[in-house]
Design a protein around this ligand. Structure first.
Ligand SMILES: Cc1cc2nc3c(=O)[nH]c(=O)nc-3n(C[C@H](O)[C@H](O)[C@H](O)COP(=O)(O)O)c2cc1C
Length: 401
């Protein structure tokens, strides 16, 4: 691995599989990473933190309130420097705490502070692992973007046979390194993402809009940032916190979005048009709020500019990704959009299905490119889907050199 050494934080919980954490630590070190161990207080009852301090060359952190630890390590500083938080072994307890957002020890507090990827390697007996609550906690964390190295089936330390044995050290280290490697593949590239709805005003109190939540676009921007891209997020009113590090440009109308996108188009490597841009605006707008009696019986709408088509005509080296909200045959609609707008990739979803798409945490996409078969993602959170879209984007940007 070239460049400065990467910092991996290794969370260690009180599982019998804890002894394997020493090998996990070694695996990351061999790959050129620095490793900072954070143990739960219960793990420190099973094994002395000194073992991990000696192996890592850094004092293992256990106690959030230890003054010396706070001044030397400090969870906030650690969160800034960490490139990966890997918890191996992860107990049912820590998975539940992460899922619920508890922060009552160093490791769970750190989890809420980090922005780096999270990799969890569970180890527990089969009953705990298969318990519906544990499975729900795992699903919840996955939907927020955490990676899991699934446990294996075999003989467990408690004497039982079954699911729940910590995955192999090699699988854990490889998954972690893959996740770190993925982080920088967009370094040096500029990605522009549009997100959210637009608002087309009739007057200061009345507007035309749509139910876009902005979640898909914000998740895409966060993923592009994680992979090292300079990321510009042009957002309609979405009510979401922009991912830290994104250059955020807030707009209201389609016309504002158009001018902000065009102003930057020459400097970007890719545009992901995830915003739901209103097709129409009012032919006239008023600066002052009109009284109801002043309003005409009917109002006239005019077509808004089609930003994606315009980018399709203007593009030179830029990769253009369109999003399509379809009903009926989703793939046909996506292919039509791909052709008509001169896109390199279209991600389409079926807006007639409930529980996905607009205003929802989840989505289900059909990805089409000019060549090759369509990819159907299956239902997943927008955070998980953003990874699949950015994976494709990386390939498309890579082809342009
Ligand atoms: C010897 C021993 C081994 C344990 N092994 C596991 C385990 O593999 N997985 C697990 O989820 N809990 C295991 N437990 C139970 C946890 O230690 C317990 O739930 C604890 O509260 C978890 O704390 P922590 O997540 O803060 O480390 C074990 C307990 C003991 C005493």
């Amino acid at each position: 691995m070239n460049g400065p050494r990467r910092l991996v934080v290794l969370g260690v919980c009180s599982s019998v599989a804890l002894y394997k954490a020493c090998e996990v630590l070694r695996g990351f070190q061999k790959a050129g990473c620095d490793v900072q161990v954070v143990m739960t207080p219960n793990a420190a009852k099973l094994v002395s933190p000194r073992l991990f301090s000696a192996l890592s060359g850094r004092r293992a952190a256990v106690d959030l309130f230890d003054e010396e630890e706070a001044s030397r390590i400090g969870h906030i500083r650690l969160a800034r420097e960490a490139e990966l938080l890997v918890v191996a072994p992860a107990t049912a307890n820590i998975i539940a705490k992460f899922a619920a957002g508890l922060a009552d020890d160093f490791l769970s507090t750190l989890h809420l502070t980090v922005t780096c990827p999270l990799l969890i390697a569970p180890a527990m007996n089969e009953a705990m692992y298969l318990h519906p609550q544990t499975q729900e906690n795992i699903r919840r964390l996955k939907s927020r973007g955490a990676d899991f190295v699934e446990p294996e089936s075999g003989s467990l330390a408690c004497g039982d046979e079954g699911w729940g044995r910590l995955a192999s050290v090699e699988a854990i280290v490889q998954a972690g390194l893959r996740r770190i490697g993925a982080e920088r593949r967009l370094a040096g590239k500029t990605v522009l993402v549009t997100a959210g709805p637009t608002r087309e005003k009739l007057d200061p109190a009345r507007f035309l809009s749509n139910p876009s939540s902005g979640r898909m676009g914000y998740a895409l921007a966060a993923e592009a940032l994680r992979r090292g891209a300079r990321t510009i997020l042009i957002s309609g009113p979405a009510g979401l916190l922009p991912p830290p590090g994104a250059e955020i440009v807030r707009i209201e109308s389609a016309q504002e979005m158009r001018s902000e996108v065009l102003a930057r188009f020459g400097e970007v490597d890719a545009v992901l048009m995830a915003a739901a841009v209103s097709d129409f605006r009012f032919s006239e707008t008023r600066r002052e709020k009109a009284r109801k009696e002043e309003l005409p019986e009917t109002v006239r709408l005019v077509r808004n500019p089609d930003i994606l088509s315009e980018l399709g005509r203007l593009k030179t080296r830029q990769v253009l990704v369109g999003f399509a909200a379809e009903t009926g045959n989703v793939e046909d609609g996506a292919r039509r959009k791909l052709r008509e707008k001169n896109c390199d990739l279209v991600a389409a979803n079926d807006v007639s299905q409930s529980g996905i798409g607009f205003e929802s945490e989840d989505n289900e996409l059909v990805l089409v490119e000019p060549e090759g078969d369509a990819t159907r993602t299956g239902r997943a959170s927008k955070v998980e889907l953003s990874r699949l879209v950015i994976d494709r984007l990386e390939v498309l940007i890579g082809r342009r050199g």
